[in-house]
Design a protein around this ligand. Structure first.
Ligand code: FES
Length: 121
């Protein structure tokens, strides 16, 4: 189990649990990501917490399977997409909750290619 431990509050030292700030005294809760258990600070920003715990790859691109991780941290680039309890969401726009089951979003390999369509008769 990995524990996010390199947290430092860079704001005013206050954390109401909803601003994504990281408080070293915040209780750690169990989260499961891509086959690994983590202890992350409850209420902290999920992307920042996973990065602090050492996670660098959050998803892979659909076509080439290139690894992607958080880039903008403000909801613009979508490189932080993860699947949480069955829903694809931006990790940088999500707060840590106890018991989250997080995976990399499934690649759309089941979607038939337009090039694979049979010509109509
Ligand atoms: S890191 Fe860019 S949208 Fe989340």
């Amino acid at each position: 189990m990995k524990i996010a431990s390199d947290f430092h509050n860079i704001s005013d030292g206050q954390n109401d649990g909803h601003n994504g700030g990281i408080d070293p005294d915040q209780p750690l809760v169990p989260v499961h990501f891509d086959g690994q258990d983590y202890m992350l600070p409850e209420g902290a920003n999920l992307a920042a917490s996973l990065l602090a715990a050492g996670v660098r790859v959050f998803r892979k691109t659909p076509v080439s399977a290139s690894p992607r991780g958080p880039f903008c941290m403000m909801g613009v680039c979508y490189d932080c997409l993860v699947e949480i309890d069955g829903m694809v969401q931006q990790a940088c726009q999500t707060f840590v909750k106890a018991g989250m089951i997080i995976t990399m979003p499934a690649r759309p390999t089941d979607v038939p290619s337009l090039n694979a369509q049979e010509p109509s008769e």
